[in-house]
Design a protein around this ligand. Sequence first.
Ligand code: RIB
Length: 320
Amino acid sequence: MDILVIGSLNMDVIFDTPRMPAEGETILGGRFATAPGGKGANQAVAAARLAHPHTRVRMAGCLGDDAFGGHLRQELVDAGADCTFVRTLPGVASGVALILLENGLNRIIVASGANAALSTEQIDTLEPMMRAGDILLIQLEIPLPAVQHAVALARSKGMRVLLNPAPAPTIPLPDDLLAQIDILTPNESECAALTGLPCTTPEFAAIAARALRARGVPQVVVTLGGQGVLYNRGDVLLHRAVPKVSVIDTTAAGDAFSGALAVALAEGMDIDAAVDFANATGTCTVMKAGAQPSLPFRAEVDAWLAAQPPLSSQNMPAHE
Ligand code: RIB
């Protein structure tokens, strides 16, 4: 089974700061760095670093014809992702993300640049790559019409569709889009934006997950940071804890999780094993700095999983 990632590519411009500046205020920050990022590219790099050689990972998206674009493409190629369908657009800037890091927690502003040019016509060129049983992994950092077109085309070809609804949608997602998603991986704020319900605890997330399932999504996996993961196995909702680790930088942890989940499902793992594998990948990611520089390789995740004592897992109460 192969994985097709359609999404954004950004150069991340990262500032460590002791606190967020107030309006009109200048403060002195700490470390400055640049690193390849973008939710789509992060997920493609995560999947390519984790996948066994028989699983091909393809990336589709748009870059500008600037120095950032060349660097972003090379990082994907080095990870083993096929970039044939990443277009370089003349006279356009590549996407850039400004990341403010305070105690390892991030705030991000994205200037979309070339990502905003990803069109339904470009999606049509991917049709020959869309094969029944393969996985489409897609996010919301590209234009919504492209997302909707890609999901509909992929479904018509019999692909399984994994939507990571990030960044959190600012308008309600159409019901007919949600109904075509096989696996949805919101974090707590994205889950709240999708449902209008609070998702600050596993118990609240369970109620929101039921609401998403009622809108036609068969597999919901809500990531709750240090509070673990809430997901369903069929009609049963489960909560999985995550181990406590020292967090260096949470950037791309959600991308690592979704990329790993796609790999696990492509390899035929059941949902419990897939969530454990994705959790381990997310945990390895937060212990390093930067988006793509922090994404682990398969051997690292397998070693981490092997060294972990069994984590607690509990069924969530069945009330609405
Ligand atoms: O999810 C993290 C990513 O969000 C960063 O790499 C940044 O580019 C933004 O897209």
